[in-house]
Each structure stands twice: as structure tokens, then as C-alpha cells.
Design a protein around this ligand. Sequence first.
Ligand SMILES: CC(C)(COP(=O)(O)OP(=O)(O)OC[C@H]1O[C@@H](n2cnc3c(N)ncnc32)[C@H](O)[C@@H]1OP(=O)(O)O)[C@@H](O)C(=O)NCCC(=O)NCCS
Length: 259
Amino acid sequence: MTSGAFTTSSLAEDFRALGLRDGDRVLVHSSLSALGWVEGGADAVIEALLQVTGPEGTVVFPTLTGASTDTPENPPHFDIRHDTTWCGEIPRAALQHPRHVRSLHPTHSVAAIGACAEVLTKGHQHAVSPCGHGSPYTRLADMGGRILLIGVGHDSNTTFHTAEELAAMPYVSYPGRHDASVVDADGKSMLVRSPIHRWDRPRCFESWNDALVSADIVRCGNVGTAPCRLMESKALTEWLVALLLRNPRGLLAHGTPHI
Ligand SMILES: CC(C)(COP(=O)(O)OP(=O)(O)OC[C@H]1O[C@@H](n2cnc3c(N)ncnc32)[C@H](O)[C@@H]1OP(=O)(O)O)[C@@H](O)C(=O)NCCC(=O)NCCS
């Protein structure tokens, strides 16, 4: 289906044609408007993803809350009871889903629905870094998980930051770990120590897409009217870490002065 109104079942058919399978664990970055008009809106997209991945599968949405104003002097504060996300309408709808489980991280939380939701999200606040070891992003890779981009490019692909963190790129975060405050679902407030991302280092993630397609890591297709990409999280992460070890400036925008 390429025009007109899209439905849960037509979207599910398109997701399957792209390569999404029963049992998949998949992290989804999305633009609802890119899909064309969807009957039922964001909820219908989530339902389509859950239908395709089935009862053994898990669908994960970025529910990030970090802001460019976060610094060691002005650390982030996250209240899971009230704070929504700037990652779009589909992740915001996931936060209303009765089966969602959200990780408790001051800047890089995710919401997961499905069989591995607890395992993926648990203890994110204790991760070594926001997207690194102990985070849902590396856990997803270690579980054979995948990443789906719906109508957005790699500039929205948080797993690029996973690679930067695993390769210990000095430009990703302010030096050291800093106290940030989080409030859990019971209203209990606590301090967690985490690196804080800096926002003043422009990247060129999207410029690597052709190379990733040539390396058979990224598969392209359409869902509704949205150009989409599907990839294995582990293969992507390993490829990017290798790139960074060869060229530590590889993911920085041309002309960025400091790393
Ligand atoms: C910023 C971003 C979310 C904007 O995408 P978008 O499609 O304009 O916005 P949303 O996904 O929030 O969807 C809302 C839009 O869907 C459209 N919409 C509403 N109902 C709809 C329906 N039933 N069917 C289709 N589109 C609909 C509306 O036009 C609305 O746009 P508006 O606010 O201009 O009216 C997207 O470009 C993006 O970057 N997504 C990825 C975010 C991410 O994962 N970041 C991680 C960073 S490391």
C-alpha cells in the first residue's frame, strides 16, 4: 500500500515486508507524519508493531528527556510519573500503553512493551553511561535486537551514541560522572551518578548510511509512505566502534574543532 489511509493491518503487512519478524526485539525511532495518514494514529502504529513481533517479541521506544541545558552545574532531573518525551507522538503514545515499562534514567529512558520489557529496562539508572554497558541499548544488541527507523534518519539513531560511548569518545559527555536526580513511580527521589551528554558537538551520523547499506547492515524499504530502515543493533554497533577506533572524528560533523 503506498497511498490513502493506512491501517494497523496494512502497516503490519509493510513491516513484515521490510523484514520485521515474529519474536523480534526492536527499538523504533519514528515520525508519525512520514507514514501518511494512519487510521487510529500512533496507537495503530504501536499495535501493528506488536502484532508483527508477537507475544515473544518486544517493541522499545526512545523516551528521552535530556536537554541541551543539562550540564554538570545544572544536572538533569527526571520524574517518571510526570515527564513525557521529545521523541515524538508514537513514543508518547507508548507511554500511555497499559503494558509499557519505562526505564528510570535521567536523560535516555526508553519505554518497552512485550516479553523482554522488564529485562531491557531494569537498572538503566545504574548503567556505566546513558547508552553504554548496562543500558537498554547495549542489552538490546546483546539479545540480537534490531533497530527500526520509520521516516527518520540516523541522526535519530540513538545507538550511534552507544558506539561512541563504547569506544570512549571524549566528546560525548562532560568529563566524569555527576549526580542527577530521578523520581520513581512511587514518588521516591534518588540521586544517580551518570555521565552527562554534551550537545555542542555536531555529528554526521546520516552521512554513513550508504556505507551501512553497502555493508549489508541497513536494509531499506517503505512502510505506508515512510522511507524506513531496519538493522541489527549488534552489527551496527560493532561497525561503528570499528570506525571510531580507525578514525575518532568519524562521527563528528566536518569542521567540528574539538573532540
Ligand atoms: C521530531 C519528530 C518526532 C517529528 O516527526 P513528526 O512526524 O513531525 O511528529 P510526530 O511523530 O510527533 O507526529 C505528530 C505529527 O503526526 C501528524 N499526525 C497526527 N495524526 C496523524 C495520523 N493519524 N496519521 C498520520 N500523521 C498524523 C501530525 O501532522 C503531527 O504533526 P503536527 O504536530 O505538525 O500536527 C521526528 O522527526 C523525529 O526526529 N523522530 C525521532 C526521534 C528520536 O527517536 N530521537 C532520538 C534522538 S537520539
